[in-house]
Design a protein around this ligand. Structure first.
Ligand code: ADP
Ligand code: GLC
Length: 488
């Protein structure tokens, strides 16, 4: 019989408590899926100022919790709640988390004490396991924010009766963010100068938290097979390819799942009408509502292309900015853009509707309800990412019969099947070159399919809606990874 694992998931985001991107979706869903497979999972998060204790029924759990950082003992307190039976703990520290946002200030400047903030948080999480007598088989950490967990296990806890036998798994959600900070914090982080080497933490005289985590983790994975391959190359690896390659088979890609409890057009409480593969009539209602909400001309037969995205260079929205005006001038098509992030892009997309009334709608900000309405009401969903470790929205789009138009990179390439014009098969439209003209022509290809090959479009919608990217499959792959790390 398969044994039941004890897993602690330490992360900087988790839906619904704290979310800036897909990391939160993953940390929100994977523990529940693992628990459904019979494992015991706890999740530990920072208690950011904006987490609403009342809304999420947070209970005081432990205070004070002492955490050694370098030569200083820091104090914090712990709150708890539960999500579908998974215990979730929050580390509260006024010094580090009673401030705006998660990683940067309102002007998008990184907090200068981020290494200390997340180093402290990660150590506090391990300390919490000890204080509550939780003896994990697996310590699962995510991205640079908690990568040090893998190092702490090996440096400090190898002989610890509670943590000593735990194996570490580091998931990289985005290699563009590595947590590179001033070496002055190294001692505070408790990492010992002997480890400040190129092989481990040192990166051009600074500390690279992700790199150190890669070195120490028993297993490292990223969030799609294609992105795993891309990051093994000098361009895709952002300087870390040699270290990932050094892991050999201990580095691999596991595709994220989509949470179909949340993203299901048959039950979604955030959309005006429900629909399914066999009855798409509700989708037309959603489209009408979407056109109204974004002040577009209410035309059921004009295709709507939706975008929901962080406004960041990674997402390729510069390419869209360089082609969207030509698209609305030359094609009978509408666009809706929902996003927040970089100021230049926010200003550009925020002011477009006034220049193209009825044709382009936008909302600059973070809005979950609108994100669901766009997935449900649009005909196509555009993700022109320059790189995309996995991407979740294209998977949601498939389920909502909203055909993705994507650049063939990372997880987008792995989850969207190219339209075959001869057979009428496929689940979306892909382009390879990261250029505005490639995007423009692919949008044109989708739009012409909408008008001229309606039977193909209908067939593609059926194919898209029957794809299965549920967490169940991904969770089994993580389970396998955990067992492998224990067997080695
Ligand atoms: P990333 O993590 O790189 O931002 P993903 O596609 O993995 O990309 O995940 C993005 C998640 O964030 C999705 O759940 C998406 O719906 C959500 N999201 C992004 N921007 C917004 C926004 N402005 N409003 C609401 N949800 C958003
Ligand atoms: C990152 C990536 C995104 C991925 C998400 C969750 O934010 O940019 O592609 O889907 O993490 O793994």
């Amino acid at each position: 019989m398969k044994s039941r694992l004890k897993i602690v998931m330490i992360a900087s985001e988790c839906e619904p408590y704290a979310k800036s991107g897909g990391l939160a979706d993953v940390v929100g869903s994977l523990p529940v899926a693992l628990q459904e497979l019979g494992h015991e999972v706890i999740v530990i998060l920072p208690k950011y100022a904006e987490i609403d204790s009342i809304r999420f029924s947070l209970q005081p759990f432990l205070s004070p919790l002492g955490v050694w950082m370098g030569n200083t003992e820091e104090w914090c307190s712990v709150h708890t709640t539960s999500k579908h039976g998974v215990a979730v703990y929050f580390i509260e520290s006024d010094k580090y988390f009673a401030r705006w946002g998660y990683y940067h200030d309102a002007d998008m400047n990184d907090y200068l004490d981020n290494a200390r903030r997340f180093g402290f948080f990660t150590r506090a999480a391990l300390q919490l396991c000890r204080d509550i007598g939780f003896r994990p088989d697996i310590v699962h950490v995510h991205d640079w924010q908690t990568a040090l967990g893998a190092a702490y296990l090996k440096i400090w806890h190898w002989n610890d009766p509670l943590l000593g036998r735990a194996r570490s798994v580091l998931t990289i959600h985005n290699i563009a963010h590595q947590g590179v900070y001033d070496r002055a914090d190294f001692e505070y982080l408790g990492l010992q100068w002997g480890n400040f080497t190129t092989e481990k933490f040192e990166d051009h005289g600074k500390i690279n938290m992700l790199k150190g985590g890669i070195y120490y983790a028993d297993m490292v994975n990223t969030v799609s097979p294609s992105y795993a391959n891309e990051t093994r190359t000098p361009v895709g690896g952002n300087g870390l390819a040699p270290y990932l390659n050094a892991k050999g088979e201990r580095y691999l890609g596991i595709l994220n799942g989509a949470d179909y409890h949340v993203w299901n057009p048959e039950t979604d409480p955030l959309i005006p009408a429900h629909f399914s593969r066999t009855d798409l009539s509700g989708k037309a209602v959603c489209k009408r509502e979407l056109q109204k909400r974004f002040l577009l001309d209410v035309q059921p037969d004009v295709p709507v292309i939706g975008v929901v995205s962080r406004l960041a260079a990674q997402k390729g929205l510069d390419l869209l900015a360089a082609s969207i005006e030509d698209a609305v001038k030359n094609m009978l098509v509408q666009f809706v853009v929902l996003g927040s992030g970089e100021k230049g892009l926010a200003h550009y997309f925020g002011t477009l509707p006034a220049r193209y009334p009825g044709r382009i709608g936008s909302y600059i900000g973070y809005n979950v309800e609108l994100s669901h309405l766009i997935e449900a009401g649009a005909d196509f969903f555009l993700m022109p990412s320059l790189f995309e470790p996995c991407g979740l929205n294209q998977m949601y789009s498939l389920r909502y019969g909203t055909l993705p138009i994507v650049r063939a990179t990372g997880g987008l390439d792995d989850t969207v099947q190219q339209y075959d014009e001869k057979k009428g098969t496929g689940t979306g439209f892909k382009f390879i070159q990261p250029t505005a003209s490639a995007l423009y022509f692919t949008v044109g290809w989708a739009v012409s399919t909408y008008y001229d090959r309606k039977d193909h479009l209908a067939q593609m919608i059926q194919q898209a809606m029957s794809q299965d990217y549920s967490w169940d499959h991904s969770a089994r792959q993580y389970e396998h990874l955990y067992f492998r790390s224990i067997a080695d």
